[in-house]
Design a protein around this ligand. Sequence first.
Ligand code: UD1
Ligand code: MG
Length: 460
Amino acid sequence: MALSAAIILAAGEGVRMRSSKPKVLHELADKTFLERVMTSVRRLEPATLAVVVRYQARRVADAARSYGGQVTIVEQDDIAGTGRAVQCAMTQLAAKGPMRGEVLITAADMPLLDADTLNELLDFHRTSGDGATVLTTMLDDPTGYGRIIRDAGGGVLKIVEQKDANSGELSVHEVNTSVYVFDAGILSNAIATLDANNAQGEFYLTDALESAKRYGSVGAFAAPDPLSVEGVNDRVQLAALGKQHNRRVCEYWMREGVTIPDAETTWIGDEVQLSSDVTVLPGCFLQGHTTVAADAVVGPYTTLIDATIDEGAHVERCRIQESHIGKDAQIGPWTYLRPGNDLAEGTKAGAYVEMKKAHIGKGTKVPHLSYIGDAQLGEHTNIGGGTITANYDGVHKNRTQIGSGVHVGAGNLFVAPVEVGDEVTTGAGSVVRHDVPDGAMVYSENTQHIVKGWKPAWER
Ligand code: UD1
Ligand code: MG
């Protein structure tokens, strides 16, 4: 048997999020719920992956297509409910030809759903020989979820939604996660008879489990990890789940040899790679494809986005995006590195320094209050405080090139395009508009005027 289709339910508005954005496009750890669920489902290699959309259909469909791979978009009609979503999907999928094998169904509002859990569910379904299997979990507080009602023999009887449940049913702690595997034929039959006879006036997919019993046996598999199947309905749940997920990510890295003194304030994305003996101090956000090599110290209060930090570098109280920081470099505090910088080994970018598309050679230091943009600096050069590369003439971004062993005085202005050779010294306050040859000293006139006995206007 093969997984003939996976259906991801993403048509709901997510009213409880109180957002202009559909719920499934909200993010947990920098990725939308929908992307996360699609990635996990894809690992099971379903022949068809269908995503059901309706609320802001175009936006959700575009997002689903943007995550790569084949996807079939199903538009749910005006009839509401998870059951209707599956009816629409099955009608569209069956139009391509008769469906055989299994169909996996999952909600898209469970961002931590992982492929391991789905594979275990599928294995359980195959081993049991049941016609339908629902993924369940036990919750201390089951409020809001559909409850799994079992018969005296322990078999699954039905699922009752919170709003339709009596007090006995409400006391059940085993809940529906909104993930199911059905035999395709049984699913088609089971959804044919759904109606909106319930508290919410919607077609419930949960009712299909009860009707499936007419065509085959129905089972339940408890998810080994409750966190992986938690649904998000509002922003309070989102924050709680995000925090628990982040704690796990931090603990994973601690076990891999990373020092993280305060996981509560250290946020690490799923794609980030850390070597052992890295230290991440409190108040840090490590995002995207950031990598940090051994003995580097990140933080406190640092944001790294797609940054590459080499061995032994210290990056403190700064923001670094799409930039490479060489071995033993010192960045911060209060440094802003915009995309496209490459800082070699032993470099320094200090307080109130901003850089963009800057290539900084080995051992070169930009210690204070400078803007270095579209620039190439050689090795072992020192840039005086308050130096600016004036790279923009209003039309073009122009380049500044400064050689090796250069000593730039304080408060210099390099008016690009301009090229300064090796071993050059520049005087304080120079405005360098023209190229400077190797070994030269350059300074620009800056006449000092003294007006003796001058008084401010109010005193005159
Ligand atoms: C649903 C289940 C409930 C379960 C809970 C788990 C039903 C009737 N109830 O309730 O038993 O415990 O999930 O989180 O299925 N959706 C559509 N079309 C719609 C309505 C919803 O595609 O018309 C999608 C949503 O985008 C979402 C998913 O289905 O991804 C679940 O919808 P939601 O409204 O969150 O259902 P719950 O009330 O949480
Ligand atoms: Mg939900």
